[in-house]
Write a protein that binds this ligand. Structure first.
Ligand code: SF4
Ligand code: FES
Length: 327
C-alpha cells in the first residue's frame, strides 16, 4: 500500500497505521504521541496528540476525511495522502489538543523529576501557547504511594492509560486503573491496595509526564546532570538490558533502554530496576548515545571536544600556538 505523508511516499504492508508509516519515513513527518506505545497492545486513541489531516482517503475514494484523524488508530489505505507538519490547520488543531492537555497540568516543572525527559514539556514547547486561557480552578489531588517504590502525583496525570496497559499486560493481576470519568477521572489503586509485582516499575518508564515517579530516585538529581550508561546482567525474570544513570560513581537510578521514539525497547523487572544499584552488579557496555537535541546531552560538553581540536589545529596552521606566551 502506498501512502504519502507530508509529500513523502512510502510503501507499507496492509494493516499499518498512519503513525507507523510516518515513523518508517522518519521523525521529520512522524506526529508526536502521548498515549500510544509501540510495545503495549491497544495503547493509543486517548490523547489525540497524533492527529493528522487526510487530504485524500485512497486511490479508490479520493475524498478527504472531514475531520482530523488519530494517526495511531487509523490504518493506511492505498493511495492515501496525509498532511501533518505541512498543514497549518492541523497544527492549529494540535495546539488546541495541547491546550486541553495542559488545562489541569500544574506548572511545577522546576521541581518535577520528569523535567528534561517529559513528553508534555516537549509537546507544549513545540505546539503550545505561552499563556493559558483557562480561568477555573485546576484539579488537585494528594500525592499517594502506589506500592512501596512508586509515587503518584495525580495532579500531573494526563490520563493516557499507558500505566494501566502495563499493569494489564505485564503484571500478574492489575490492581490499579482509571476510576470515574470526565474531569473527575483518576488513576487509583482501588483504595490503597499496593501495586506489588515484578514488573510494576515499568509504569514509571511509560508515564509520559511526572505523574508516576521512582521513589528511589525522586529529588536526587536533575536528569541532565546524570550520565547514562548501557549495561546488562543475567536475569531470570527479564532481558536484563538496562540503562544506568550515574552521578559520579553512584548509580542513582536504573531504567529500561529507550528507542528513538523514547519508548522502552524491552521491559525490565523490579529486581533489576530497584535492587541492583551497584556498578559491580552489571556488565557495563558503554555510554548511552544521546541525541544532541535532548537536554540530557547538555552539560556534558562532549560535542565541544571536536570543536576544540579543530580550533587548535587551525590556530597551529595560522601560527597562533604561542598566543598565551606573548609578553
Ligand atoms: S499516571 Fe502517567 S502513565 Fe498513568 S495514565 Fe497518568 S499520565 Fe498516563
Ligand atoms: S498518540 Fe494517538 S491518540 Fe494518543
Amino acid at each position: 500500500m502506498k501512502v504519502t505523508i507530508d509529500g513523502k511516499e512510502i510503501e507499507v504492508p496492509k494493516g499499518t497505521t498512519i503513525l507507523e508509516a510516518a515513523r518508517m519515513i522518519g521523525p521529520e513527518v512522524a506526529p508526536p504521541t502521548m498515549c500510544y506505545y509501540s510495545n503495549l497492545k491497544t495503547s493509543g486513541g486517548y490523547c489525540r496528540t497524533c492527529i493528522v489531516k487526510v487530504t485524500k482517503g485512497s486511490a479508490q475514494n479520493p475524498n478527504p476525511m472531514p475531520k482530523p484523524v488519530v494517526s495511531c488508530r487509523t490504518e493506511v489505505m492505498d493511495g492515501m495522502e496525509v498532511q501533518n507538519y505541512t498543514s497549518p490547520d492541523l497544527l492549529e488543531a494540535r495546539r488546541g489538543v495541547v491546550e486541553f492537555l495542559l488545562i489541569n497540568h500544574p506548572l511545577d516543572c522546576p521541581i518535577c523529576d520528569q523535567a528534561g525527559e517529559c513528553f508534555l514539556q516537549d509537546l507544549s514547547y513545540n505546539n503550545g501557547t505561552e499563556k493559558t486561557r483557562y480561568e477555573f480552578k485546576r484539579r488537585e489531588f494528594e500525592m499517594i504511594d502506589i506500592g512501596d517504590k512508586i509515587k503518584l502525583h495525580m495532579t500531573r496525570c494526563i490520563l493516557c492509560y499507558r500505566c494501566v496497559k502495563v499493569a494489564e499486560q505485564l503484571t500478574n493481576g492489575r490492581v490499579h486503573g482509571v476510576i470515574n470519568r470526565g474531569d473527575v477521572a483518576e488513576i487509583s489503586t482501588y483504595i490503597t491496595q499496593a501495586v506489588d509485582n515484578d514488573f510494576s516499575g515499568n509504569m514509571i518508564d511509560v508515564c509520559p509526564v511526572g505523574a508516576l515517579t521512582d521513589k528511589t530516585f525522586r529529588f536526587k538529581q536533575r536528569v541532565w546532570f546524570t550520565k547514562p550508561m548501557d549495561a546488562h546482567r543475567n536475569c531470570d525474570k527479564c532481558c536484563g538490558k538496562v540503562r544506568l544513570w550515574y552521578k559520579g560513581e553512584e548509580v542513582l537510578r536504573v531504567t529500561a533502554r529507550k528507542n528513538k521514539w523514547d519508548e522502552s525497547e524491552e521491559f525490565i523487572c523490579n529486581a533489576c530496576r530497584f535492587d541492583h544499584k551497584k556498578t559491580a552488579d552489571w556488565v557495563i557496555e558503554g555510554p548511552t548515545p544521546i541525541s544532541h537535541h535532548s537536554v540530557i546531552s547538555q552539560n556534558h560538553y562532549e560535542h565541544l571536544n571536536a570543536l576544540k581540536v579543530d580550533t587548535l589545529k587551525r590556530q597551529k596552521a595560522l601560527g597562533f600556538m604561542n598566543i598565551d606566551k606573548r609578553p
